[in-house]
Write a protein that binds this ligand. Structure first.
Ligand code: ATP
Length: 418
């Protein structure tokens, strides 16, 4: 007979962090009586970051004892595996899993799902998940967390009935930019047989990828296949592109363009950016800051800039919050604002790196419809990186990285064939 497996569905209102803290310190055990006096451990992205920080700061190995690689340089899948293995060796009575499948590709997700289902035979698992599809099939007890209030469902049927999917749409059109960015070439990115190795191990093998103005690409590949490595060559954050046949916006890599020139042509958003600043800026200033390539605004905005920001806020149905602080927004709202910030100039290339990770179904569906809209109504090319096949996302092409012993190879699959 298996143990209790608990699922708690979270949404943008949930005070999940607080809840988890109380649960692990024994303060929530009035609801979960079976956990009273038991020892629980946490499996979450924040724990990986905490161990990453400890390993780096003190130059020690905790999760990475059996490898020479640093936790930081591992792919998300490798990091999660290392954390889970470590937690199991600590023999906890129960595990709290916060969005365990985020940032994982289909196969790694399936493997982790199987491992967790097997683990549920001997340990109590408490899942806090924002996406319905992430709930383990072995779940016995269902709850939802509204702000800090836990609501119990009498049966799994009652739970699934009350969470049928909804879809949401935006009203109005994407606001036009103040000026257009000059382009020397319609070809924005050209990888011509580009390969990348780390410490003698080839990670990317002869990549050929040509991205033209206005195209909508989804970049897909298993954990560790080299998606981040590819993107960092485009954004100028990796030197691996030098000396190879890589052209960006019509210029060969290394032919004198500055990282600044590159950043002018690229709008970039990844959820980790949100953690980089404290969020004491108004929404209006956050969006305008996209015109100045800063996070937050440090100069007085002009009236034209303010008008443009208002148009974006209107589109996002956030006008009433224009003077609110960015940090007061829900996670989903923050991502919409960050995307508006990345798009305000209509950069020739918009890169969205796993932008829906950690969102609940409603938040993800809203985000996806904004991206589809940007693709339809602007000439910006889009690269959308995601492990999940996002329901409702309509890219024109998939660039699929397939892992081989000699490094990942890239395949182009038109969306119509997927
Ligand atoms: N600086 C580095 N030093 C050593 N190995 C590295 C370094 N950067 C990346 N790697 C390795 O290269 C491979 C590709 O990593 P990359 O982060 O690009 O994959 P990914 O597809 O983005 O993975 P994920 O989806 O999990 O984020 C991984 O095996 C990773 O461990």
């Amino acid at each position: 007979m298996g143990q209790t497996t608990i699922a708690i569905l979270t949404d943008q209102s949930s005070q999940a962090q607080n809840f988890v803290k109380n649960l692990l310190s024994g303060k929530e055990t009035t609801v979960f009586k079976s956990l009273d006096g038991k020892n629980g451990l946490l499996f979450s992205r924040s724990e990986i970051e905490r161990y990453m920080d400890q390993e780096e700061r003190h130059d020690i190995k905790i999760l990475t004892k059996n490898t020479t690689q640093s936790l930081k340089s591992m792919s998300s899948g490798e990091q999660k595996k290392a954390l889970l293995n470590y937690l199991i060796t600590q023999q906890p009575d129960f595990l709290v899993l916060v969005n365990p499948f985020d940032n994982l590709d289909t196969k790694t997700r399936q493997n982790l799902r199987d491992t967790l289902c097997a683990l549920s035979e001997s340990k109590t698992l408490v899942q806090l998940v924002g996406r319905l599809e992430d709930i383990l099939p072995v779940t016995t007890d269902f709850y939802s967390l509204n702000k800090n209030e836990l609501m119990a469902y009498p049966s799994s049927n009652a739970f699934w009935e009350s969470h049928k999917k909804e879809t949401t749409k935006f009203k109005g059109r994407i606001p036009q930019p103040m000026e257009t960015v000059n382009l020397q070439s319609e070809e924005l990115v050209n990888f011509n047989n580009v390969s990348v190795s780390f410490d003698g191990r080839q990670v990317l093998d002869n990549i050929n990828w040509n991205i033209k103005q206005g195209e909508f690409w989804q970049l897909i590949g298993p954990n560790g296949s080299g998606k981040t490595t590819l993107l960092s060559m485009i954004t100028g954050d990796s030197h691996k592109g030098y000396g190879q046949k890589l052209s960006l916006f019509g210029l060969k890599k290394g032919s004198g363009e500055s990282v600044w020139d590159l950043k002018q042509k690229i709008g970039y958003f990844t959820p980790a950016m949100i953690d980089k600043f404290r969020g004491y800026h108004t929404l209006e200033n956050m969006i305008i800051s996209g015109l100045h390539d800063s996070i937050g605004l440090y100069v007085q905005p002009t009236d034209t800039e303010k008008r443009l920001a208002h148009k974006w806020l209107e589109l996002l149905s956030l006008s009433s919050k224009k003077d609110s602080l960015f940090k007061e927004l829900s996670m989903g709202e923050k991502r919409l604002v960050m995307t508006a910030r990345a798009m305000i100039k209509h950069p020739p290339l918009l890169i969205l790196d796993e932008p829906t990770a950690g969102l609940d179904d409603k938040g993800a569906s809203l985000f996806v419809s904004l991206v589809n809209k940007i693709s339809r109504e602007t000439t910006s090319a889009i690269i959308f990186v995601s492990h999940r096949k996002e329901i409702g996302l309509h890219p024109e092409f998939n660039f699929v990285l397939e892992m081989k012993k000699t490094g990942s190879v890239g395949k182009i699959i038109p969306y119509a064939n997927t």
